[in-house]
Write a protein that binds this ligand. Structure first.
Ligand code: PLP
Length: 364
């Protein structure tokens, strides 16, 4: 029964994406928050200086926080967000992380290790028993790092199981939610403590912005992370933040089309003789195709397409592809012939025609 006292029904994610973080709609107020370009504020208010806060950041943070179910902080890049979280680990602390995390994350862990700051144990994040055993084996373990799906192997972690086990051992849990986005996966609701995003990818969504974000449920962790952001100055420009918020407004529409395209392309790729294996978790818009012809076949295909742009990064409206092992930092356990496809929102038949003509000519 509904009555005057009943709580309003929470808005659905698509509506939150469009509306969260907007200013109060008073006469003559702008509909959306404008870009506030300033390095300082008139003194004695709450903001004081441009490194501590900005109204455009606040609008972005309110919108992303509402989608993830926590309090968000905007960062200069995904890596700025990642290294800020790693800074929370005390000297000598341990981190268990996926061996197929984004290569920059693995590099940041190796850098911390080489300086004697921390130690990392890399695991197969899809193997929950192995992850739990690794946490149990390290009495200094302070952080479980989860990335799901992983980049570019597209493995899936059991977030609720791993989170429960980590918390039982007094270990904090971070989830890199870049590939899933808050529309397909909300790690805080599954028990995780911290969510990180490369907002460069799906959130901004147009291949024109570098940005990162952290979302947390706990006020103490929020304060610690904001304190580190203020100290390190790992803050985004207001214009970048405005672009990212503008991108976020259409996340649900872009993702729906890109995921539909990805599902169809994964199906067609699986039937192509040049493709040995297709990795697609069944959601999202990244597909990894392992080519039977290895590195040479991969290098041929990325050069032979024209609609698909040969470029790194992902999550834009434009379809891009690259052979991941061209990067020295990429894990040696990623197959040489793995081509990661970031499926955009173009017409799926045009995407397939371009890809198929390249695959058809492999080893021809
Ligand atoms: N996390 C994932 C899963 C990524 O794919 C990337 C970049 O590719 C990052 C983090 C790093 O983000 P950024 O490039 O915005 O620093």
């Amino acid at each position: 029964m509904t009555g005057p006292e009943s709580a309003p029904r929470p808005l659905r994610p698509a509506t939150v994406a469009v509306t969260a973080g907007r200013p109060a709609h008073e006469p003559d107020e702008p509909l959306n928050v404008p870009v506030t370009l300033t390095s300082t504020y008139v003194a004695t208010g709450e903001l004081e200086y441009g490194r501590y806060g900005n109204p455009t950041w606040t609008a972005f943070e309110d919108a992303l926080g509402a989608l993830e179910g926590g309090r968000a902080l905007a960062f200069a890049s995904g890596m700025a967000a990642i290294t800020t979280i790693l800074d929370l680990v005390g000297n000598g602390g341990g981190i268990v992380a996926p061996r197929h995390s984004y290569s920059g994350t693995v590099a940041a862990l190796a850098d911390g290790e080489s300086r004697g700051r921390l130690h990392a144990t890399l695991v197969d994040i899809a193997d929950s028993a192995a992850v739990i055993a690794a946490m149990e084996a390290d009495e200094d373990c302070a952080l479980l790092w989860i990335e799901s799906p992983t980049n570019p192997a597209l493995e899936i972690a059991d977030i609720p199981t791993l989170t429960a086990a980590a918390h039982g051992l007094g270990i904090r849990v971070v989830v890199d939610n870049t590939f899933a986005t808050p529309l397909l996966q909300q790690p805080l609701a599954q028990g995780a403590d911290i969510v990180i995003h490369s907002a460069t990818k799906y959130i901004a969504g147009h291949s024109d912005v570098l940005m990162g974000a952290i979302v947390v449920g706990d006020d103490e962790v929020y304060d610690a992370l904001k304190g580190r952001r203020d100290l390190a100055g790992a803050v985004p420009g207001p214009f970048e933040t405005w672009l990212a918020l503008r991108g976020l407004r259409t996340l649900h529409v872009r993702l729906e089309r890109a995921a539909a395209n990805a599902t169809e392309l994964a199906r067609r790729l699986a039937d192509h003789p040049a493709v040995e294996e297709v990795r697609y978790p069944g959601f999202g818009a990244i597909v990894s195709a392992v080519l039977a012809g290895g590195a040479d076949a991969g290098d041929f295909v990325v050069r032979a397409t024209s609609l698909w742009v040969h470029a790194t990064s992902l999550g834009g409206v434009e379809s891009t592809l690259e052979r991941r092992r061209r990067w020295k930092l990429e894990a040696a356990t990623i197959p040489d012939g793995l081509v990661r496809l970031s499926v955009g929102i173009e017409d799926v038949d045009d995407l397939w025609d371009d890809l198929a003509q390249a695959l058809d000519r492999v080893n021809a």
